[in-house]
Write a protein that binds this ligand. Structure first.
Ligand code: DGL
Length: 262
């Protein structure tokens, strides 16, 4: 199973999937050469994500791919599904669950700049949360803050507070905040400190359930997914950050690293 993101964010989704299906064989791929995706154009992302997935399939057989990136999923899924024959599961912001949870009918959607501008998001809100006020906040810096945290750099709370100011100053503060970027669960504790009353929700668990059901229908999971191969990490560039990260990734049961040039 391939799990893909621009950076470490997809690990938040991988974690949930791994907890449900620990014996599958995983490839975690991240496109660090082009990180962050949140400030790239739609055309660029469609081409890039298709090329990255294609590059992986040249080396590894893939049964199922999870695009563990909201920024990519909200624009690339149709082209990916047209190109590849294996199932492709996307990750999109949890607007629907948020609309069911909110009490004050004020939802916050925190995501990358690219994600909040997508028609996909406008439609999602229209479809599931038309009865709520949905505040959108698109930020480029948050994903980087999460990347840094995973590498041991403590989150600067003053800076985070500045970034969240548009909501902290509101008369009605969202009581439900959608973490619409897979990087954000890594800084959930810090965000929760700024919004102590709010429910912070992400899509990870729902995606894991979806993957589980899909594989279970196909393979009867408990019988046959018993992989003994090592799980693999791939990235598009080998950098100092990657070198540091690799050491951490064994905590995630990802043991072998390769660079794939795209
Ligand atoms: N993790 C990605 C997402 O879910 C985006 C981070 C980025 O590359 O900007 O949107």
């Amino acid at each position: 199973m391939l799990i893909f993101d621009s950076g470490i964010g997809g690990l938040s989704v991988y974690n949930e999937i791994y907890n449900k299906i620990p014996n599958a064989h995983y490839i975690y791929m991240f496109d660090n050469e082009m990180f962050p995706y949140g400030d790239k154009s739609s055309d660029f992302l469609i081409n890039r994500v298709n090329s990255v997935i294609e590059a992986v399939t040249k080396f590894y057989p893939i049964d199922l791919a999870v695009i563990a990136c909201n920024t990519a999923s909200t624009i690339c899924l149709p082209s990916l599904r047209a190109k590849f024959s294996f199932p492709i599961i996307g990750v999109v912001p949890a607007v629907k669950p948020a609309s069911l949870l909110t009490k004050n009918k004020c939802i916050g959607l925190l995501a990358t700049k690219a994600t909040v501008e997508r028609t996909y998001i406008t439609n999602l809100i229209q479809q599931f949360a038309a009865h709520c006020t949905v505040k959108l906040l698109g930020l480029s810096e948050l994903a980087l803050i999460a990347e840094n945290k995973l590498q041991g750099i403590i989150v600067n709370m003053e800076r985070l507070k500045e970034l969240m100011q548009p909501w902290l100053g509101l008369q009605t503060i969202p009581d439900t905040i959608v973490l619409g970027c897979t990087h954000y669960p890594f800084i959930k504790t810090e965000l929760q400190m700024l919004f102590p009353q709010a429910n912070l929700i992400d899509s990870g668990y729902a995606i894991a359930t979806r993957v589980y059901n899909l594989l279970n229908d196909k393979y009867k999971l408990n019988q046959i997914i018993l992989s003994t191969s090592e799980n693999i990490v791939l990235s598009t560039a080998y950098t100092q950050s990657v070198e540091k990260l690799i050491k951490k990734l064994s905590d995630y049961h990802l043991n072998k690293y390769h660079t794939i040039k795209v």
